[in-house]
Ligand binder design. Structure first.
Ligand code: FES
Length: 121
């Protein structure tokens, strides 16, 4: 997924995006943090709901953290690890990113097929 012009974001800015997986639409966001571009699923591991309540604000400089607007969980931007709140120790799903010119490309892994038993039987 290519986010056009996203490489121009400043520290703390984020851009929401959507992607398709498992037959449905899902949400993610790209955060510029200390010159890096970090992408995560917009899904809090506490209740599996959007972190931002649809407001598009993910980073809070007061805590130097990605914040879940539901119950205030704080996630370390560089890793996605929850360092405070009801899901401490859990992590946001992270996606790899590559800067290409003024764009940022986010790589969403394909779903993993799970076989139960021998598919040839
Ligand atoms: S839903 Fe995110 S902290 Fe509860």
């Amino acid at each position: 997924m290519r986010l056009t012009g996203a490489a121009g974001m400043a520290h703390g800015e984020a851009q929401a995006f959507s992607f398709y997986r498992y037959g449905g639409e899902h949400a993610g966001f790209l955060l510029c943090y200390e010159g890096r571009f970090l992408a995560y699923a917009n899904n809090c591991p506490h209740w599996n709901v959007d972190l931002d309540l649809g407001m598009g604000r993910f980073f809070d400089p007061r805590f130097d953290a990605i914040v879940c607007r539901n119950h205030g969980a704080l996630f370390t931007p560089a890793t996605g690890l929850c360092r405070a709140g009801p899901c401490v120790g859990a992590s946001l799903e992270r996606f790899s990113t590559v800067v290409e010119g003024s764009d940022v490309v986010v790589y969403i892994p394909a779903p993993t097929l799970m076989w139960r038993g021998d598919p040839g039987s």
